[in-house]
Design a binder for this molecule. Structure first.
Ligand SMILES: Cc1ncc(COP(=O)(O)O)c(C=O)c1O
Length: 424
């Protein structure tokens, strides 16, 4: 990387019109500062200074097929030319729903929304209407979007068993309607679900904490939660916003073998176009024609659905997920090897499409351990990686796309090694 001067200048002028200089708050945390990009192709991005980066941010998840995937671009361009938004029925909304249900054979219906945040809210409303109960269970350090009702105990963890707000301006009553539990602790879940069985509408769970250290579900945890939900008549909502279509074509449902009542998909479903899906049983989702309101001007946008259709076709091809798993595992092992060789304490986890570096001596089995890791070191490593032409997320996470080549990943590994060498 030659210089990031124009990106810096862009940031200065952008901050005069955009608070923080970027359109989404979390992006302010990108190191060393948010780089301004002009184009992307495959596993790489180009910035305003003309630098090329191997991209492991991948838009924070959506670009699983890499940037400007030709089939997605063609489908979108063709759709844009013919119909942008009719505000009535159109053919693709049902066709792509069929495509999704062909993958998620456990489900009967799809509701289209625009973002993960929205889709989670619809899922919660459906669960509340179905059960007539108000409260939701979520797990400490799990992120389910920025809405008041779920932006609870994400980084503000306390003892991991009380509902704590994350944002100024959040109303207090949402905390009363939430029950926060430590992820992976089935015994704690059993006690809480049993004690509050008459109040709990839904358990909202991400199969693995992909935003907080990629903490995996302990054996039996997801099956245990499923059984408790069945016992107490609680709706199990699986947040597949990140895991969906990535861990396998069938997402976490297939990868971990857990069957929810409702699953929520977004991000990778449409390669960067705004689309989310609430997928679930007819009994739950058909409530939208019997009193539950689900609305949205842009729901089922033909352009986003055209992107989704092409994306799902590409992801459904033989060997796509096997090869993603192999490249993610190889990347994880090379980063581990680099840490071993340089005597740097830490751990690396992976699932297909996500590699998680955990700096420090612990493997961060709990959310509290994850939050307490020496993240300042990752920040410094990220600065070096950025200067070496690798774009990474805060908190040690690297998304891997199906478009990353062996050369791209070799570049990432060399940049990481360089970062460790520079620290020593
Ligand atoms: C697991 C999870 N759920 C929900 C969301 C919210 O999705 P969106 O940003 O599309 O509103 C995110 C976003 O990062 C997420 O990672």
């Amino acid at each position: 990387v030659r210089s990031q001067l124009r990106s810096q200048e862009h940031g200065e002028t952008a901050r005069r019109v955009l608070p923080g200089g970027v359109a989404s708050g979390l992006r302010r945390a990108l190191r060393p500062h948010p780089i301004a990009f002009v184009s992307g192709k495959g596993g790489r991005l180009t910035d305003v200074d003309g630098n090329d980066y191997v991209d492991h941010v991948l838009a924070w998840g959506p670009m699983l097929l890499g940037h400007s995937h030709p089939e997605v671009v063609d489908a979108v361009v063709e759709q844009v030319r013919s119909l942008q938004l009719p505000g009535g029925a159109h053919v693709l909304e049902a066709e792509v729903a069929k495509q999704v249900l062909g993958i998620h054979t456990w489900a009967d219906r799809v509701l289209w929304s625009n973002t993960g945040t929205e889709a989670v809210q619809v899922a919660i409303r459906l669960a509340r209407a179905h059960t007539g109960r108000p409260r939701i269970v979520k797990f400490a350090a799990a992120y389910h979007g920025w809405h008041d009702s779920v932006l609870i105990s994400y980084r503000n963890l306390g003892d991991q068993a009380s509902a704590l707000p994350e944002s100024a301006g959040q109303v207090d009553h949402v905390l009363d309607n939430a029950i926060v539990l430590p992820f992976g602790d089935l015994a704690a879940a059993e006690i809480a679900l049993s004690a509050h069985r008459d109040e709990i509408a839904a358990v909202l769970v991400e199969a693995s904490l992909t935003n907080s250290g990629l903490i995996p579900p302990p054996p039996g945890f997801l099956a245990g939660i499923r059984a408790l939900c069945d016992e107490f008549g609680i709706v199990l909502i699986l947040d597949e916003v990140i895991t969906g279509f990535r861990l396998s074509l069938g997402g976490a449902v297939e990868y971990y073998g857990v069957e929810p009542d409702i699953a929520v998909y977004a991000k990778a479903i449409a390669s960067g176009f705004s689309l989310s899906a609430v997928v679930g049983t007819a009994e739950l989702l058909d409530q939208v024609v019997a009193g539950v309101v689900h609305a949205g001007t842009y729901n089922g946008s033909p352009v986003a659905l055209a992107a989704a259709s092409a994306t799902l076709d590409a992801l459904a091809r033989d060997g796509v997920h096997a090869s993603l798993e192999e490249s993610s595992a190889n990347l994880a092992e090379s980063l581990r090897e680099s840490m071993r060789r340089r005597g740097v304490a830490g751990a690396v986890r992976m699932v297909p499409g996500i590699v998680q570096v955990l700096p420090g001596g612990t493997s961060a089995g709990s959310a509290a351990e994850f939050v307490a890791l020496p993240w300042r070191r990752w920040d410094l490593w990220s600065d070096t990686m950025s200067a070496e032409g690798v774009h990474v997320l805060p908190n040690g996470r690297l998304f891997v796309s199906t478009a990353h080549t062996a050369d791209d990943l070799a570049h990432t590994i060399a940049a990481f090694d360089q970062a460790l060498a520079r620290e020593a």
